[in-house]
Design a protein around this ligand. Structure first.
Ligand code: ADP
Ligand code: MG
Length: 501
C-alpha cells in the first residue's frame, strides 16, 4: 500500500480557499433551492389551474426541463450570450449562469414535489375554505399551501441536498466551488486522493448541517408535536350545554320572506342523475330538516345551495340574490351561507380560535384582529368551547371539533347555516353535545338547513321536514305531518328501515 499524506488532508481544513468555496456552494445551493421552491409552487398550482393554456405551459415546462441533463443546460446557459448578447450582463458570471441553470432545472423537479403535497391536502380542506367565502388566492395561501408544504418538506429537503451536490457541476463553467478549488490544488501537488478526501468531508459536513436544519424546521412546523399553552386549559368544561334537543320557541311558519329559494335544481354525475328538479324554500328563522335514504341526493342538494357543486339546471337565491356568477360575486354570496360538514373539515394547522378568525380576518369583516378574536371568543363560548381556544383540532374530540366548526361558520354572520349530517361521524356519546348546540342556535332564531339521520332532532327541533328520495322531494311538511301520517310508501319504507337499524 502506498503512502497517504494525512497531515496534508487535515491541513486542508484550515485552507481559506476551500472555506470560501464551501461558502459559495452554500450560497448557490440555498439561492437555487429558495427560488426553485417558490417557482416550483407556481408551476404546480398552474398544473391544477382551470385555464388550459396555463396547465399546458406548466406540464410542458416540467416535461422539458426534467428531460435535460443539468450539465448540458449549464453550458448552454453560460454560452447563451453568444446568441442573445443582451443576456451578457446577467449571465457573464459563472455563479449567475449556474444559478439560472439550477433554477430552470430544479423548478421542474420541485414542481412535482409540490404537486404531490397539494394532492395530499385533499379536496375537503379547499372546500371548507371556499364555503367560508374565501377567494381562490386566499384558499391556497392560508389553507392549502401551508399544509402541502409540510407534506412536501422531507422531499424538499432531499432536493436541497441534491442541489448542494449538483453545484459541483458548475465547476465545468469555472465557478470556484469546492471541486474546482480541489482540482486546482491536486494538479499542482498530485495529492489527488488526499485532496478529494478533504473535499468529500466538506460536502458531508454541509449536508449534515443542512439536514439538521431541515429536521428542526420539520419539527417546528408539525402542530402535532406542538404543546398548547398550559394556562389556557385550566378552566373546566363549564360552558358545555347538554340539554336534550327540543323546541324552546314558537314554530316559524313556512311562509313569508325566503332566505333560501331553490328552484328546479338538477344535477347529474356522468350518467347518474342525482337531483331531478328540487325546489326548496327556507324562511328567516326556520329550521328545515332534510331526511331520506342514503344516495337520495341530500348532500348534493346542500352542496348546490352554496354552489360547491354547480347545478346543471335550476337556480338558487340567497336573500333574494342569485347564487353564482363570476368568482367575486360567488365568493360574496357564499359568505351568506355557512356550511358545517359531516367530517368537520377544520384546518388542522390552525388552533380553534385561528380556524374561526381566518375568514373574517381575510375579508376584513371586523375592525382588526382584536375585534375578530373577541367575536371568535364569544362564539366559542356560545358552543361551549371557550376553554379550548388555543388547541389544535387533533387535540379535540369529534364533538368538540364539530362545535368549533359551527362557531367557524357563524363567524361570517351568514344568513343561513347548512349542516350535512353533522353528527354522523361522531361516537354516539358525542352526538348530544352537538345536537344541543344546534338546538340552541335554532332557539336563537338561526335559519338552518339540516341534513340528518337524527329523527328525534328532526321531529323536535325542525319547523319543516323535507323527505327526499331518488333526487326528488317526495313529502314535505311540519314534523308531525311527515312523521305521523304520511301514507307515502317510500317514506314508510324509510322509517321502517331506520327503526330496524
Ligand atoms: P346522500 O347524501 O343523500 O346520501 P348524495 O348526494 O351524497 O346522497 O349522493 C347521491 C348520489 O350521487 C349517490 O349515488 C352518489 O354516489 C352520487 N354522487 C355524489 N357525489 C358524486 C360525485 N362527485 N361524483 C359521482 N357521483 C356522485
Ligand atoms: Mg350525504
Amino acid at each position: 500500500m502506498g503512502s497517504f499524506d494525512w497531515s496534508y488532508t487535515f491541513g486542508l481544513f484550515a485552507d481559506a480557499d476551500l472555506w470560501r468555496a464551501a461558502l459559495l456552494v452554500v450560497e448557490l445551493a440555498v439561492s437555487a433551492w429558495v427560488i426553485s421552491t417558490a417557482l416550483g409552487l407556481l408551476v404546480a398550482l398552474a398544473q391544477q389551474s382551470r385555464l388550459r393554456p396555463l396547465r399546458l405551459f406548466a406540464a410542458g415546462y416540467v416535461w422539458f426541463f426534467r428531460s435535460l441533463p443539468l450539465l448540458v443546460l449549464l453550458i448552454f446557459v453560460y454560452n447563451s450570450p453568444q446568441l442573445f448578447p443582451d443576456l451578457r450582463p446577467l449571465l457573464s458570471s459563472p455563479f449567475a449562469a449556474g444559478l439560472v441553470a439550477l433554477v430552470l432545472s430544479e423548478t421542474a423537479y420541485i414542481a412535482e414535489i409540490h404537486r404531490g403535497g397539494l394532492l395530499a391536502v385533499g379536496k375537503d380542506q379547499g372546500e371548507a375554505a371556499q364555503a367560508l367565502g374565501i377567494p381562490y388566492a386566499g384558499v391556497q395561501r392560508h389553507v392549502v399551501v401551508p399544509q402541502a408544504f409540510r407534506v412536501a418538506l422531507p422531499a424538499l429537503g432531499n432536493e436541497f441536498i441534491s442541489i448542494l451536490k449538483l453545484t459541483s457541476l458548475v465547476s465545468s463553467i469555472s465557478l470556484a466551488e469546492l471541486l474546482l478549488v480541489g482540482q486546482r490544488l491536486y494538479t499542482q501537488n498530485f495529492l489527488v486522493l488526499e485532496t478529494l478526501l478533504a473535499v468529500a468531508v466538506y460536502y458531508v459536513l454541509l449536508v449534515t448541517l443542512f439536514d439538521r436544519l431541515r429536521a428542526l424546521l420539520e419539527r417546528r412546523l408539525d402542530v402535532r408535536k406542538r404543546r398548547t399553552k398550559a394556562a389556557v386549559d385550566t378552566t373546566p368544561e363549564g360552558g358545555e350545554v347538554l340539554a336534550a334537543p327540543r323546541r324552546t320557541r314558537p314554530r316559524t311558519p313556512h311562509e313569508g320572506e325566503a332566505v333560501v329559494r331553490a328552484r328546479g335544481l338538477r344535477k347529474s354525475f356522468g350518467t347518474v342523475s342525482v337531483l331531478n328538479g328540487v325546489d326548496l324554500d327556507v324562511h328567516r328563522g326556520e329550521v328545515v330538516a332534510v331526511i331520506g335514504p342514503s344516495g337520495s341526493g341530500k348532500t348534493t342538494l346542500v352542496r348546490t345551495l352554496n354552489h360547491l357543486e354547480q347545478p346543471d339546471a335550476g337556480s338558487v337565491e340567497i336573500d333574494g340574490r342569485p347564487m353564482g356568477g363570476r368568482d367575486r360575486e360567488l365568493t360574496a354570496q357564499r359568505r351568506r351561507v355557512g356550511m358545517v360538514f359531516q367530517r368537520f373539515n377544520l384546518f388542522p394547522h390552525r388552533t380553534a380560535l385561528q380556524n374561526i378568525t381566518l375568514a373574517p380576518l381575510q375579508q376584513r369583516l371586523y375592525d382588526g384582529r382584536l375585534a375578530a378574536e373577541g367575536r371568535a371568543r364569544e362564539l366559542l363560548r356560545k358552543v361551549g368551547m371557550d376553554a379550548h381556544a388555543h388547541k389544535y383540532p387533533h387535540q379535540l374530540s369529534g364533538g368538540q371539533q364539530q362545535r368549533v366548526a359551527i362557531a367557524r361558520a357563524l363567524a361570517m354572520d351568514p344568513s343561513v347555516l347548512l349542516f350535512d349530517e353533522p353528527t354522523s361521524a361522531l361516537d354516539p356519546e358525542l352526538v348530544g353535545e352537538v345536537l344541543s348546540v344546534m338546538s340552541e342556535l335554532a332557539a336563537d332564531g338561526t335559519t338552518m338547513v339540516v341534513v340528518t339521520h337524527e329523527m328525534r332532532f328532526a321531529r323536535e327541533v325542525a319547523d319543516w321536514v323535507v323527505f327526499m328520495d331518488q333526487g326528488r322531494v317526495v313529502v314535505q311538511g311540519p314534523p308531525e305531518t311527515v312523521f305521523d301520517n304520511s301514507g307515502e310508501p317510500r317514506l314508510e319504507r324509510f322509517f321502517a328501515a331506520i327503526s330496524a337499524a
